[in-house]
Structure formats: C-alpha cells, structure tokens
Design a protein around this ligand. Structure first.
Ligand SMILES: *Cc1c(COP(=O)(O)O)cnc(C)c1O
Length: 422
C-alpha cells in the first residue's frame, strides 16, 4: 500500500510562498477524526479519558484541538505544565507522570489540579514535604522481568528506571492511606511504539489483576487505571493501523472478567497516548536542493536531523513521497540527507524513489509525534515552522520558524552578542 500525503504538490507550492520549506504541516481534520475514534472505542467506560502525552507534540494550538475533542494532557516537566496551562487545561485534565522530579514541579502540578503520578514510593515524603499530599494519588508500576505478548518479547521492564514493584505499591498505598488519600490510580507504560493489538489487553490484565490485589491488601479505593501510551503507528506502507475499536472491545472483555466481579466496575480507564494521537497526522515538508553522485547517489534536502531526529537517532523508517510523482515508478536508489556535519543525518538510506529533480518537494511522513519535539540546534541549525492544515485547506501558522536571535537568546546578558539579538 502506498502512503498518499494529504496535500498535493500544487498546494505545497502555494504554502511555500508564505512559509519557506522546511516546515511541519498537521492535518486538523484527521487529528480530530482519530481522537473521536479512540473515544468511541472506549465509550463503554464512562470515565474514559485520553491524556495526550505533551512531549510528543508540544504545541499549544494542537493541544487545544485535542482538548476540544475531550482529551486531557500528560506532562512530565515544568514547561509542559506551563504549555498545558496556556492551552486551557485545568482541574482533572492533567496527568503529571514525571520521574526523578525536580523540586518545584509537583507544586505547579498541584496548583493546576493535575493528577500526581508518583514514580516511586520514596516520592511520597518528597511530595509531602514540598506541597502536601492531594486527595487523589496515582502510582506507577513496573512488573520487572521481561514483557511478552503473543508474538514474542516486547520489552524489558526489569531494565527500565520507571515505576516500582508490587510490594512497594502496597507499601505506598498504605502510607498514602495513612496520610488521608481517598482515591488511587495505577499507571504503567511497558512497551513503546507497538502495533500489536494485544498490547493494551495484555497490559490491562496485568494492571486489573494488580488492582484487585491492591484493593484486597490495602482497602484502597482505586478510581482509575492508566494504560498510558505505547500504541504505535504504521510507519511502513506495509504496516497496518491498529484497529482501536477491536482494542477497546478486547480491553472491555478483560475489564468485565477481572474488575467487575471484584466489585470494581466503577474504575475509570485513562490512556496517555502520544504517537497514536498525532504521529500520522503531521508531515515534514522539505525541498531537494542538491544532488551528488559519488559512491552512492545523494539527494540533499533543506531539512536536517534538527527538524526530525528519529532516523538519525534510531535509524527509524519514515516513508517519503516525492510530490507530483506519487505514482511514478520508484526506480532510483538514494540516500536522502540533511546538512549536518554528522554522517547519520540521513532521512533515508538506500531508498527506492522516483527520480528526484532539484526543487522537488519531499514529504516525510508520520512526523507528527516525537518529530519537531525532539529537535535540537546542533551545528547552529534553526528549527522550522509548524503549520496547521485546516478543514477546507486554509493554513494557520502555529509556530514560527526560529531565527538567529532565538538561537542566541540565552546570550541576552552579553554586549558581544547584542547585535545578533534583534
Ligand atoms: C512518552 C510517554 C507517553 C507517550 O508515549 P507514546 O509512545 O507517544 O504513546 C505516555 N506516557 C508516558 C509516561 C511517557 O513517558
């Protein structure tokens, strides 16, 4: 199956008149439709709420769109809390799933009425000392060992720094009960970017059975269970999109089998998806500006790993479409590369693509999550703009491109740098 971008060559050429490439472009209608599908799939659970992982796409305009679709946000830092506050998220709409939390952040989270998700039992006195213990507290669980799904080993939680053991969950709940906590949550994030549809149902069984044991051992009222993030997207054309309706139904079965008989049919389910909510609906648009024929064939583009780091960092696959050549035969073999002085700055290696001419627009797919957000400024490269493709084809700038003055902003105390700061 081919991946067809949501914009044409002509539309991109028009946008590029106002916003030079490279830029990110997000498809508002598709973001909304996907969010609605998720809510539909879990509508059997009255308390269901998705807390979008802000780290995936930290743009307040996109956060607002999700808020309009009923989503909350998941934050894990002070600035993510500020962004969420700016986008209008308040009481009960923020999950604060931090780890190794710096001093001061729990205070801000509490001020915003966020759910506090403690990464460890030792965070209880830390939280108490800093800003007191709220009425509702969540704790993050790590089952240890190896996490296996039907099609094999998925990850190695025993090696992960997150969460605490079951014994520590019990100890934590007891301490929190003694401190007056009324409602409890359970959270766990075990596998990242999986399109295996049994991930959520398997995790649900792990957490639901844990919830029953915690309730029996401590008497705590468990108000919600947070299945967290991790549902993947079809980066490769041959991958299939997770059927979220089927996943929702499978989780429902486990809920009815484990929680309902234990008298826990009032537990709300939360998710903290990032990639699944936004990944497929953002593209990075870039232009071919150089070609090079040495031991391999290279196409140099005006974006680089600063704009999208996943290929350089994990050798992640991102599909590429040459606009205007959607149906042309892919009979050339290219490395598509950026301008960093780093040989890993390659969006594609040995990729079969239609013949590329200088000036062609390339769409790098599935960049909507963990794309712009991971960007950095190596080589003094500046980050690009983010644009929103609105229903009807209007374009709204939702973040301007960086300018040199942004790169130098932290020298604002310096006379030497003053000429470059305006
Ligand atoms: C990163 C993260 C998420 C989102 O992960 P995705 O893979 O984007 O779904 C959710 N919760 C926590 C705590 C995270 O760290």
């Amino acid at each position: 199956m081919n991946k067809i971008p949501f914009v044409t060559k002509e539309q991109v050429a028009e946008i590029a008149k106002s916003y030079p490439t490279p830029f990110y472009l997000y498809d508002e209608e598709a973001i909304r439709a996907n969010a609605r599908e998720l809510y539909e799939a879990f509508s059997w659970n009255p308390g269901f709420k998705e807390f979008f992982a802000v780290k995936a796409t930290p743009n307040p305009y996109l956060l607002q769109i999700l808020r309009e679709e009923g989503c909350g946000v998941d934050c894990s830092s002070y600035t993510e809390l500020l962004l969420s506050e700016a986008a209008g998220f308040g009481n009960g709409e923020i999950m604060f799933s931090s780890n190794e939390t710096p001093v001061g952040e729990f205070t801000k989270a509490r001020e915003l009425g966020a759910y506090i998700n403690l990464d460890d039992v030792t965070h209880i006195p830390f939280l108490q000392k800093e800003c007191g213990i709220p009425e509702t507290v969540c704790m993050r669980y790590n089952p240890g060992g190896i996490y296996e799904l039907e099609n094999g080993i998925m990850d190695n939680p025993g090696d992960a720094k997150y969460g605490c053991t079951e014994a520590q969950m019990v100890e934590g709940y007891q301490k929190l009960l003694a401190l007056g906590v009324k409602n409890f949550g359970i959270h766990s994030f075990l596998v990242s970017n999986t399109i295996a549809e049994d991930y959520y149902p398997t995790l649900a069984r792990t957490l639901f059975t844990l919830a029953v044991r915690l309730k029996e051992k401590t008497g705590a009222h468990i108000a919600f269970i947070n299945l967290s993030g991790g549902i993947g997207i079809p980066y490769r054309p041959e991958d299939e999109k997770v059927n979220i309706k089927r996943v929702g139904e499978a989780v429902r079965k486990v809920y009815e089998e484990v929680l309902v008989p234990a008298g826990m049919g009032d537990v709300a389910l939360f998710t903290e998806l990032g990639r699944y909510m936004m990944g497929p609906y953002g593209i990075l648009v870039t232009k071919a500006i150089h070609e090079k024929h040495i031991y391999k064939e290279y196409i140099g583009v005006d974006a680089c790993a600063v704009n999208l780091m996943r290929p350089a960092m994990y050798r992640a696959y991102h599909h590429i479409t040459v606009l205007g050549k959607e149906n042309a035969p892919a009979d050339c073999l290219y490395d598509v590369v950026g301008s960093l002085c780093e040989n890993n700055d390659k969006f594609a290696i040995d990729r079969k693509l239609p013949k590329i001419e200088i000036g062609d627009y390339l769409v790098i797919h599935d960049a909507g999550a963990h794309g712009y957000a991971m960007g950095y400024n190596y080589n003094g490269k500046l980050k690009c703009a983010e644009l929103l493709w609105k229903p009807g084809g209007k374009v709204q700038m939702i973040r301007r491109a960086e300018q040199p003055k942004d790169y130098f902003a932290t020298f604002d105390f310096s006379d030497m740098m003053k000429p470059y700061l305006s």
